[in-house]
Design a protein around this ligand. Structure first.
Ligand code: SAM
Length: 210
């Protein structure tokens, strides 16, 4: 299991040790002093950490997060990372995201379509440490490849793939194999695991830019 980076801790809650970051609460999550618990059942990245995936998050600098929604997960990321660019194409959640960013000066909400990286290339840095993607739409591998241009040479991808978003009729394992194959154009896969029991029908992939 990779060690937890500075800024992520485990706090006691309900007789268990739970992931937590330091920041303003966002989604009604329990707090322990200045720590806010990170609900892995509501966050694919939280689940990846809970499952002990190979996630070198130490000394994390800048991050691009695709599919930020209302900020459940990206708020935790901004609590421990450097500049965090949060792309979401639905206006309603972006309104919530802007509120989440008020207490996080390193969080930059962007009302943009992740299929059009050229529309935010003038804002987002091009040597990022980490690309996190949780868009749950068709073409998830292609999106990750198209956004690889923002990563530094050894930058890392954390991808949550929802099988049913690609093809509701296909076997999830066939979808996941196709995604893994497509990713190899731009990435070397380090680790991949189903996100059970936190999220059914999802595969998490950690990969390094080629
Ligand atoms: N990652 C979020 C979290 O943990 O808090 C949940 C993300 S939700 C599963 C997927 C989000 O991706 C939705 O809010 C959806 O609007 C957004 N999305 C889907 N396709 C997108 C695209 N092409 N560009 C930007 N956002 C997209």
């Amino acid at each position: 299991m990779s060690s937890l980076p500075e800024g992520i801790s485990r706090r006691p809650f309900d007789g268990t040790q739970r992931l937590a970051t330091r920041g303003e609460p966002v989604y009604g999550e329990p707090t322990d002093g200045e720590w806010r618990l990170w609900d892995a059942g509501r966050s694919k990245l939280g689940a990846m950490i809970e499952l002990g995936m190979e996630l070198p998050l130490e000394a994390l600098g800048s991050v691009l997060y695709l599919g930020a929604a209302s900020g459940t997960t990206v708020s935790h990321v901004a609590d421990f990372a450097g500049p965090t660019y949060a792309v979401e194409f639905a206006p309603r959640p972006v309104r919530d995201l802007i509120e989440v960013a008020e207490s996080r000066p390193n969080l930059y909400p962007l009302l943009k379509d992740a299929r059009k990286p050229e529309t935010y290339a003038h804002i987002v840095e091009s040597d990022l440490d980490l690309l996190i993607q949780d868009v749950a739409t068709r073409g998830q591998a292609r999106l990750a490849c198209e956004n690889a241009l923002f990563l530094a040479d050894d930058g890392l991808l954390c991808l949550a793939v929802k099988a049913r978003s690609e093809d509701v009729t296909a076997e999830p394992e066939a979808v996941f194999e196709q995604v893994r194959t497509e990713l190899t154009d731009d990435y070397t896969i380090i680790d991949s695991q189903p996100l059970r029991p936190f999220h059914d029908d999802h595969l998490a992939i950690v990969a390094r830019k080629r």
